[in-house]
Ligand binder design. Structure first.
Ligand code: SF4
Length: 468
């Protein structure tokens, strides 16, 4: 099987979809969020934060969730509050400062931030002054490490040149723009009308202000999209040449985002059509010189994600692919997730409940999960497959001091059909290598190692989006 993505044959991929287009996790964590429980609470989280083996040289990754948006995009399954009220961010800023205080106090020794990311919602719903206040509040509790990666997701429709200036002045060096699709018919159907001109202008302003990296988020599989229409969107995207691109598969998860039900009356592309759109986009982006980082990410060859893939240091967390291996992630704001060495913790999702919890206990943990020894092993395996497209038995054995093939014989046997279909190649010692074909269906390969999945898929209610 060739490793060459550009040599893949669409017919061959399409023929596999009846078997592999199924419900499955995206593995931003293992175990996945449906496994977490409210048995894990505030005290557990505080205990994990104070762990003794972390020192002042152990960097932190900080995530701030800003939940406000001016209008609802109908595809969106994020945790957000649709509002035009200017007073909501003021109360939010008061609470997040309290939350930052409580968490900073629980972290035993002061630790620097090597990575900061703001997501939402729409972080630039905040005014430029509020942006400066929030970043100042983060920096006052967690000093920025030299060269820290400081990034923000913005909606070009509400982001002004004053925002760009305030962000740069605060030290933000990466900017990620929500785009999704430039076609008017698609934009109307998804209730997100955003011109190419305003987006391109924001790119120009961001580069002139000194942002090191500009990312675009696109979505394929939206109503009325076709291979041709998405090709026109890509023409315009390539005109401004973003440094990174996320090309997300539209996740139809109506049990989370009820407004998506309206799409069922529209022309939602089925799995074969989605794959055709993705396949064509993949070819275009490879031809344009981008590297396929995996799953839904592309980057220019000189980008550090491309280098991390090459050097096998690429990892994955709630913010997507990252070069920050093994760094504790602290999440702030409603629904934010923290990922510590031994556990996951998620804050209250509802804005009111989050305010109340912060006012009462400082931290707002709603649920979480403490990893068992088995979880840690499987997280290692799934992480390697999702990020690097391989699992080396010798690396597993060095990490866990036990034989891989004997311990995971059942999972390796379950992968035999995928090996026959050309998705994965297995060696005698159990080492796995995901082929070029398998990289398009990598979630299916990783799923073989998920101990919780059989029960979840048998629960009779949907929990995950489709793998295609
Ligand atoms: S896609 Fe972004 S801007 Fe639109 S509703 Fe969701 S979070 Fe808000």
């Amino acid at each position: 099987m060739s490793d060459d993505l550009s040599a893949l044959d669409l017919e061959r991929v399409q023929a596999l979809l009846p078997v592999y287009a199924m419900e499955g996790p995206r593995y931003t964590s293992y175990p996945t969020a449906p496994v977490w429980s409210e048995d894990y609470g505030v005290d557990d989280f505080r205990g994990e934060l104070a762990r003794e083996d972390a020192g002042p040289d152990d960097g932190l990754s900080i995530y701030a969730h800003v939940p406000f948006c001016r209008s609802l995009c109908h595809y969106c399954a994020c945790n957000k509050v649709i509002t035009r009220k200017p007073e909501l961010p003021l109360r939010y800023l008061d609470s997040i400062e309290r939350e930052l205080d409580a968490v900073a106090e629980a972290v035993r020794v002061p630790r620097p931030a090597t990575q900061v990311h703001w997501g939402g919602g729409t972080p630039t719903y905040l005014t430029p002054q509020q942006v400066t206040r929030l970043h100042g509040a983060v920096r006052a509790r967690f000093p920025m490490a030299p060269g820290a990666e400081i990034s923000i997701e913005v909606d070009p429709r509400v982001t002004t040149s004053e925002h760009v200036a305030a962000l740069r002045e605060s030290g933000f060096n990466r900017i990620s723009m929500g785009v999704q699709d430039f076609e008017p018919k698609v934009q109307e159907a998804i209730h997100r009308v955003q011109s190419y001109e305003e987006t391109a202008e924001l790119v120009v302003q961001s580069r002139a202000a000194g942002f090191e990296s500009v990312n675009f988020d696109l979505i394929y599989g939206l109503p009325y999209q076709t291979e041709e229409s998405f090709g026109r969107t890509l023409d315009r995207v390539l005109d401004v040449s973003p440094d990174r691109l996320a090309l997300y598969s539209y996740a139809h998860v109506t049990w989370v985002a009820k407004q998506q039900r309206g799409f069922e009356r529209k022309d939602l592309p089925p799995a074969e059509a989605k794959m055709r759109i993705f396949f064509s986009a993949l070819r275009r982006l490879l031809d344009a010189g981008y590297c396929f980082i995996g799953l839904d990410h592309f980057a220019k060859p000189e980008d550090e994600l491309s280098r991390a893939l090459e050097e096998r240091t690429l990892r994955r967390n709630f913010m997507g692919h990252t070069t920050q291996a093994g760094v504790d992630l602290l999440g702030f704001g409603p629904s934010a997730i923290s990922e510590l060495r031994g556990s996951y913790a998620q804050s209250q999702r509802d804005l009111g409940a989050w305010h109340e919890a912060v006012a009462t206990t400082g931290v707002a943990t709603l649920r979480g999960h403490r990893l068992s020894g088995d979880d840690v092993e499987r997280r290692f395996i799934i992480g390697r497959i999702m990020c690097l497209g391989e699992l080396r038995a010798a690396e597993f054995e060095a990490e866990f001091a036990k034989p891989f093939a004997a311990g995971y014989a059942r999972e390796l046997a379950a992968l035999e059909p995928a090996a026959r279909d050309g998705l994965v190649e297995c060696s005698d010692d159990g080492s796995l290598r995901v082929t070029a074909l398998g990289r398009l269906l990598v979630r299916n390969v990783a799923m073989a190692f998920d101990a919780y999945l059989p029960q979840q898929l048998g629960a009779g209610r949907p929990m995950f989006s489709k793998t295609v």
